[in-house]
Design a protein around this ligand. Structure first.
Ligand SMILES: Nc1ncnc2c1ncn2[C@@H]1O[C@H](COP(=O)(O)OP(=O)(O)OP(=O)(O)O)[C@@H](O)[C@H]1O
Length: 795
């Protein structure tokens, strides 16, 4: 476990804190927060190491006076305990005695901002913060409104200026301006770091800081708004809208202040929405993320555009080139042959006949060889049906259970077509025009798909390329310009490259949406529509559009039809939205306060089994992973606030078994194919049943068996009960009596189940959805918590 101060504020590019304890003290920074806790083996948990990671000397550490109310010598490094957590959800390391706001949570929003120092009660004193603030004012003040924003923030900005490696003026200026308004805190920092990284000049930072400092936008959104709008005083609203940046620096604000505020803002203001934001839901992450959903468009900027924030310098290590690594695979499990027994429903006119073997797929030699080197002996059902459908030129919406080989089902026929017809895109062009574009919702998933494409295309003339956010754009462009036939992309970076004229769409023959229901829900639908309407993109009649997922809510199916030819084929392997029956599912009734102990007990019992622990919020992910490390369980974590380098490292440590426990938010729920994940734990139940199906599908893949244990807290999870009962019985799992009762009591009492979605039992064109006890589609097409729960997790 490694502690860092919050990285965007204080860490260098290696992820280590780069300032001294003195700088905290000097700048009245009395509190700081646990940042990331990565890669810090449990046995290294002692002051020396922790201090080392923070660049503190042991002496400095111990010279530090104890935190208020504590006589404990090491209280400056005291980890949060669950009680603190429950109250204020903010794991805080006290660096010294201090009085940052709201140590008990009531003013937690601002605590997040480390106001520290003087001025704690100068709340909202900037008249110019005006209406945006007031819109949700009550709630805002309730939690975080009393800001001490000037004093505290000013100090902090100074601090941050100080840590600007380059000592650029931008940082200082930002800091100064920040001092004037609460927004300044972030804005200034960003302006500083922007300067630091901005290759094109650095006045922006200054201006950003200034505007944020003065305007209401400054509070959190100001960072973005001010930044982008270059000093516009009136950027508050925009600022708020843009705050959810991928770099995670708004974490505290989202958690408390900003999340709530955002909620209010999106809902058009008013106390009610404000309350939602600032209420429990908001600060715990659910509501906050619901509301941030709309800002997906912003993520385009954040993800791809260098104009949108500090330049991303991370360049991922190149994937291994040795054949053995490229083709490394895990064995199919004992239930692989049972796939053949799953009922398959193919609808649409004249569906091509299924193949029974890979030989029947008519793959060229290279592809055939690559298939067998991958350990594939016979196709899975989705491959048996999907490959000939795609080869016949038909559009396809395919639904098959998690881990059943959907990726190869679309890659193989596409590559085969390219091998037959030849590919055009060449490296001698300044604009690359891929013949296939594959999109997926997360960086890790798209990278995995790319690796699969690279594997199957091995030794052929087809060149797959991957582009996603969080890595250096220049590097990405250079990779693309080396030639690109199959472009694997997350939407944000894709649009960015299209906008930069590096990717042309006119040669696209295949458009593939993996996790299609996710790609078409609230978060990504606009981006997908924008993509198909982009200049040069062939119309749906001229291209082939392929959609794959394990879940397809009916409303999404209907919408998906907009992207497909009228005669598309719907392929359902098993029950649409059904869970993988190779996963043994256990639902445990818990209350919120016993979860942690139960988790510990469970992990101790499972020993070194590779386990994914899903939690609902990024903050919880940090907290639970920290907690497990303390308990000497080697743990890492992945969530949307971690830098890409950290995310990839975490995943790699987990894959290699170096950290057998991975705590994850929903960012890791879909698609990830990791060998030997024997166990999934839903520490928090997900926001939707679809998410549940995807999460537990990280185990029990490709005929292997797995186990999933879910902590069900009736207080918060009852809306999921009915769908859960359905999924359990659909997968022939034991349904606990108490869950049936909860589900029954929920029935009729909740007219609208905001966390459930409509299952489509089959092709929605047949009108065959389970409607009897599920909410009507019109209701579920509202912004779903599911879509939102992980807003910032997705790309
Ligand atoms: N025919 C096959 N024979 C052996 N292994 C296969 C076959 N098809 C796929 N696999 C392997 O099964 C695993 C799961 O495949 P894949 O990731 O494509 O599943 P998926 O259906 O896309 O899952 P999810 O819904 O979680 O995205 C991969 O390791 C893949 O290499």
């Amino acid at each position: 476990m490694r502690f860092q101060i919050k990285r965007d504020q204080t860490t260098d590019s290696n992820g280590s804190a780069n300032h001294s304890l003195d700088s905290f003290k000097k700048k009245n920074l009395f509190k700081t927060r646990i940042g990331r806790y990565i890669d810090f083996p449990a046995h290294e948990q002692n002051d020396d190491v922790i201090a080392g990671h923070l660049s503190f000397s042991r002496e400095a550490l111990h010279a530090c006076p104890p935190a208020t109310g504590s006589s404990e010598k090491k209280s400056h490094l005291k980890l949060p305990n669950m009680d603190d957590w429950e109250e204020d959800q903010s794991p805080v390391v006290s660096c010294s005695s201090g009085f940052g706001l709201g140590s008990n949570g009531s003013d937690g929003g601002f605590k997040s901002f480390y106001t520290g120092g003087a001025g704690n009660d100068k709340s909202n004193s900037e008249g110019t913060e005006g209406s945006s603030w007031k819109m949700t004012g009550d709630s805002f003040r309730g939690r975080g409104g009393r800001g001490g924003s000037r004093g505290g923030r000013g100090g902090f900005s100074g601090f941050k200026s100080e840590i600007d490696e380059n000592g650029s003026d931008g940082g200082w200026n930002g800091g100064e301006s920040r001092g004037k308004g609460r927004g300044g805190f972030r804005g200034g920092f960003r302006s500083g770091s922007r300067d630091e990284n901005d290759e094109n000049g650095n006045d922006d930072g200054w201006k950003g800081g200034e505007s944020r400092g003065r305007g209401r936008g400054g509070f959190g959104g100001g960072f973005r708004g001010g930044f982008r709008d270059g000093g516009n005083e009136d950027t508050g609203r925009r600022g708020f809208g843009r705050e959810n940046n991928e770099n995670g620096n708004d974490e505290e604000g989202r958690g408390r202040g900003r999340g709530g505020f955002r909620g209010g803002f999106r809902d058009g203001g008013g106390d009610e929405s404000g309350k939602r934001g600032f209420g429990r839901g908001g600060f715990r992450g659910r509501n906050e993320e619901v509301f941030s959903k709309v800002t997906t468009a912003d993520k385009l900027d954040q993800e791809g555009s260098e104009n949108a924030g500090p330049k991303v310098v991370y360049v991922p290590p190149p994937p291994p080139e040795e054949e053995s690594s490229i083709f490394s695979h895990y064995a199919t499990g004992i239930n692989f042959d049972k796939y053949d027994d799953i009922l398959v429903d193919v609808s649409g006119s004249n569906p091509p006949k299924a193949i029974m073997t890979f030989e029947e797929a008519g793959l060229c030699d290279s592809l055939s060889k690559n298939v067998s080197k991958s350990g594939y002996v016979k196709p899975t059902p989705v491959q048996k049906h999907g490959i000939p459908i795609i080869s016949a030129g038909r559009d396809l919406m395919a639904c098959a259970q998690t881990g059943s080989g959907k990726t190869a089902a679309f890659l193989l026929p596409i590559l085969q077509r390219f091998m037959t017809d030849g590919v055009a895109a060449s490296k001698f062009s300044e604009i690359q025009e891929p013949e296939a574009i594959i999109v997926a919702p997360t960086r890790e998933l798209i990278n995995q798909i790319y690796l699969e494409a690279r594997k199957f295309a091995y030794g052929t003339c087809v060149r797959p390329v991957v582009v996603y956010g969080g890595i250096n754009t220049g590097y990405t462009i250079r990779e693309v310009l080396k030639g690109c036939n199959v472009l694997c992309a997350t939407p944000g970076r894709l649009h960015d490259l299209i906008g930069r004229g590096k990717i042309g769409l006119s040669k696209v023959r295949y458009l593939v949406l993996d996790e299609a229901d996710r790609m078409l829900d609230m978060g990504f639908e606009p981006e997908m529509r924008k993509l198909v309407a982009s200049p040069g993109m062939p119309s749906k009649e001229e291209r082939q559009t392929l959609m794959f997922s394990a879940t397809y809510p009916e409303d999404i199916q209907r919408m998906a039809a907009d992207f497909l030819k009228v005669d598309y084929i719907f392929l359902a392997v098993g029950v649409v939205g059904g869970a993988c029956s190779d996963v043994e599912q256990t639902i445990v009734q818990v209350d919120q306060y016993s979860k942690r102990d139960q988790l510990l007990e469970l992990l101790r019992a499972t020993g070194n089994e590779r386990t994914m622990v899903f939690v609902e919020t990024k903050r919880s992910a940090d907290f639970i992973a920290t907690f497990l490390c303390q308990e000497k369980i080697s743990t890492t974590s992945i969530h949307g606030d971690r830098e890409q380098r950290e995310r990839e490292k975490a995943l790699s440590d987990f894959r290699l078994g170096q950290c057998p426990v991975l705590v994850a938010t929903s960012v890791a729920a879909r698609g990830l194919d990791i060998e030997q994940v024997q166990h999934v734990v839903n520490f928090d139940m997900p926001s939707s049943i679809d998410e549940y199906v995807h999460r537990i599908g990280r185990t029990g893949r490709c005929g292997n068996t797995g186990r999933a244990v879910s902590f069900f807290n009736p207080e918060s999870d009852t809306p999921l009960a009915r769908s859960l009962v359905k999924v359990l019985s659909g997968a022939q799992q034991v349904v606990p009596k108490w869950l049936e009762e909860v589900a029954f009591s929920a029935h009729g009492t909740t007219g609208f189940n905001p966390r459930g979605k409509v299952f489509a039992s089959t092709d929605s064109r047949k009108g065959g959805s389970f409607k009897s006890d599920e909410p009507p589609p019109s209701q579920t097409s509202a912004p779903s918590a599911a879509a939102a729960a992980d807003d910032e997790e997705w790309e």
